[in-house]
Design a protein around this ligand. Structure first.
Ligand code: GLY
Length: 560
C-alpha cells in the first residue's frame, strides 16, 4: 500500500508543542508592586481567581483606598495607563477630579480678598468631584474579565474586618492631625477619641465598606446618585463646599491617548494632559538626548539633568492644563527639534535662567508621600501603571457623615491664586486657572518604558517631584539598571520655580554639592527622603520578571 505523502501526525504534534513552548517562553509571569502589602496581595489574589491585570488594577485601586487612606481613595482620582497585550492598545484612563460647576477663580480668597491656602487644602471647599469610582467601574467593564463584585471583594473585606495601621499612617496622620480634628466624621474613623492612634490600632471602616458594597451592586449609581451621593452633597455643602448633584451625575472618565517619546531607542509612554507628567518627562528627555551623558562626570551629569528639569517644568507652568478646556502645543513641546533648541541654551559651566521670574516661595511642608502608585503585569503581557491621589496626605481631611469616603483636596492643583504657588510650590498660568467642570493639572506620571530587550512599568507619588523621580528612573533604566536601582536611586529635583535644587538626604555627594554651587546653583538639602516608587521589569530576552518597591517606605512587590 502506498504511503500518502506529507508530514505525519507526530510531526504536527511536535510542531504544535514547539510553537506552544515558544509562545509560553514569550510571555511574562505576573507581578504586582504597590505601596501596601495588603493591596499587593489583593492584586495577586484577583489574578489567581482568573482575573487579568485590569481586574487586578481594580482590586488594588480599591484596596489602596482602604489600607492607604492617606494617599488615594474613592473620594479622589487618578490616571490608569494600560497596555492590552492582545492588540497592543495603549490608553490612559483619565479619572482625574474636576472642579464643581459652582467653582470660580476667587473661591480661595478670604473676606479681605487675600489668598488663603488653608481653604484650598483643608475641608470640602478644596475637594474636586471624584473620578476614582467611575474609573474603576470603567476599567472592570471594558478591560476586565471578572465581575466588579469579585474584584472589589478584597477591599470590602479589608474595610469590614479592618487592618492594623503601619508606620506611614502614623506619621502622616500626625502631620494632618489638627485639620482632621476639625471634621468629626473623619476624626471618628481615623483617630481614637480625638487622639492620634497607637501603632496597634485596628482601622475598621464600616461606612466605607457600605459605600463599596453600593458600588459593587449598583455600579456608577452606587456612588454618583442615590444615598451615597446625597450624603456627600449634603455634607460638603454643610461645611462650606460647592458640590451639587449635577456635579456627580455629570462626572465621566475619559480615555486619552498617552504621550509617547523616544529616548535613545527606548519608547516612553506616559500620562497625557490633564497630567503634565508625560509632556514634562518627554521634554526633559529630548533635551538630554542632545548630550553625551555617558561621558559626563557626576557633577556635569547632574547639572545637565537639573537644567533639563528647569526648562521642562517652565513649560508646564506656561502651557499646560485640561485638554478639554485649553489648546496646548503638545506636538511642539514633545518634539526633538524643540528639545534640541532648549538644550542649545544650556551652559555647561553655569546654572540657568529662572531667577528673574522666581517668586522665591519656600515650601517647608511638602511631604512627598501623598498620592500612591502601583504597577502590574499579568501572564498574558497586559500591563497597568496607575498613579492615584487625594492630593495632600489624607486629602481634605473631610468625610461626609455615613459615607466613609475621605474627600480629596485636589482643587489646590489649580492655579489657586495668580502669583502664588500651590502647596507644592508649583506656579502656572491661564491654562490651569479654575473653571467650572475643568480638570486640575496634575504631575502624576505613570509610565511604560520599552526597548527591544526590556519593558518597564513604573511610577511614584510625590507631588511636583513625581516627574523628576521618573526622569531619574528612566535614565537609570536606559543605563541598563534593574528595578531595585530605579526605586532607590538618590533623588534631586528642580521645578523651575523656586530656583533651587532640592535633594533628599544622601541625594548629592559633598563634591556634587560644591560642584553644582560653583556653577551657580542654589542647593538645598531636604530633611527627609521622598517618593515611593513601585516598578516592574520584564526582560524579554530571558523572559524574567523582577519587581521592586521603594526602600524608603513599606510597599511590597510580588512576582508569581
Ligand atoms: N495631586 C498631585 C498631582 O496630581 O500632581
Amino acid at each position: 500500500m502506498a504511503i500518502i505523502g506529507g508530514p505525519s501526525r507526530w510531526f504536527w504534534l511536535a510542531l504544535f508543542l514547539l510553537l506552544t513552548a515558544e509562545i509560553q517562553a514569550g510571555l511574562p509571569t505576573s507581578a504586582v508592586a504597590t505601596a501596601h502589602p495588603l493591596a499587593t496581595r489583593a492584586g495577586i489574589e484577583t489574578m489567581r481567581r482568573g482575573g487579568n491585570a485590569f481586574d487586578a488594577a481594580v482590586a488594588v485601586s480599591a484596596a489602596l483606598a482602604v489600607v492607604e487612606p492617606s494617599g488615594s481613595g474613592l473620594g479622589g482620582g487618578g490616571f490608569w495607563l494600560l497596555h492590552r497585550a492582545s492588540d497592543g492598545k495603549q490608553v490612559m484612563i483619565d479619572g482625574r477630579e474636576r472642579a464643581p460647576l459652582a467653582a470660580h477663580r476667587d473661591m480661595f480668597l478670604d473676606e479681605q480678598g487675600s489668598f488663603d491656602q488653608k481653604r484650598s487644602i483643608d475641608g470640602p471647599l478644596s475637594a474636586g468631584i471624584p473620578g476614582m469610582p467611575a474609573a474603576i467601574i470603567h476599567l472592570a467593564e471594558k478591560y476586565g474579565r471578572l465581575s466588579l463584585e469579585t474584584s472589589l471583594g478584597p477591599a470590602l473585606r479589608l474595610a469590614r474586618e479592618g487592618f492594623v495601621i503601619g508606620k506611614s499612617y502614623l506619621k502622616l496622620i500626625g502631620f494632618r492631625y489638627p485639620v482632621m480634628l476639625a471634621y468629626p466624621a473623619a476624626a471618628k474613623i481615623f483617630l481614637v477619641d480625638g487622639k492620634i492612634p497607637g501603632p496597634d490600632f485596628l482601622l475598621v471602616q464600616k461606612d466605607l465598606a457600605h459605600t463599596l458594597e453600593q458600588i459593587s451592586e449598583r455600579g456608577r449609581d452606587g456612588f454618583y446618585s442615590g444615598p451615597v451621593a446625597r450624603a456627600m452633597v449634603r455634607g460638603v455643602r454643610a461645611h462650606g463646599g460647592l458640590w451639587s448633584f449635577s456635579d456627580l451625575e455629570q462626572y465621566r472618565v475619559v480615555e486619552r491617548e498617552p504621550i509617547h517619546a523616544n529616548y535613545r531607542g527606548t519608547r516612553v509612554t506616559s500620562a497625557s494632559p490633564p497630567s503634565s507628567g508625560g509632556v514634562v518627562l518627554s521634554e526633559a528627555l529630548n533635551i538630554l538626548s542632545g548630550f553625551d551623558l555617558a561621558r559626563s562626570d557626576a557633577i556635569g551629569f547632574k547639572h545637565l539633568v537639573i537644567e533639563a528639569m528647569r526648562r521642562a517644568y517652565r513649560d508646564r507652568a506656561r502651557y499646560l492644563g485640561d485638554p478639554d478646556f485649553v489648546s496646548m502645543p503638545i506636538e511642539r513641546l514633545t518634539s526633538l527639534p524643540y528639545g534640541a533648541a532648549l538644550g542649545s541654551g544650556i551652559r555647561i559651566d553655569r546654572s540657568g535662567f529662572t531667577a528673574e521670574m522666581d517668586t522665591g516661595r519656600s515650601e517647608p511642608e511638602r511631604e512627598g508621600q501623598d498620592t500612591t502608585h502601583f504597577s502590574i503585569i499579568d501572564a498574558e503581557g497586559n500591563r497597568v501603571a496607575a498613579t492615584l491621589s487625594i492630593n495632600y496626605p489624607f486629602g481634605s481631611c473631610f468625610v461626609a457623615p455615613g459615607t466613609g469616603v475621605l474627600l480629596n483636596d485636589e482643587m489646590d492643583d489649580f492655579v489657586v491664586h495668580p502669583g502664588s504657588g500651590n502647596v507644592y510650590g508649583l506656579t502656572g498660568g491661564e491654562a490651569n486657572m479654575i473653571e467650572p467642570g475643568k480638570r486640575m493639572l496634575s504631575s502624576m506620571t505613570p509610565t511604560f518604558l520599552e526597548n527591544p530587550e526590556r519593558v518597564a512599568i513604573l511610577g511614584t507619588p510625590g507631588g511636583s517631584r513625581i516627574i523628576s523621580m521618573i526622569l531619574l528612573a528612566t535614565l537609570d533604566f536606559e543605563a541598563g539598571k534593574e528595578p531595585d536601582s530605579w526605586v532607590s536611586v538618590p533623588r534631586f529635583h528642580h521645578q523651575y520655580m523656586p530656583d533651587v535644587v532640592e535633594y533628599e538626604k544622601g541625594g548629592l555627594s559633598d563634591d556634587e554639592i560644591q560642584g553644582l554651587q560653583a556653577k551657580g546653583h542654589d542647593v538645598k538639602e531636604l530633611n527627609r527622603q521622598y517618593g515611593n516608587m513601585q516598578a516592574i521589569l520584564w526582560d524579554k530576552m530571558t523572559n524574567r520578571v523582577t519587581a521592586a518597591s521603594d526602600p524608603r517606605r513599606e510597599g511590597l512587590s510580588l512576582v508569581e
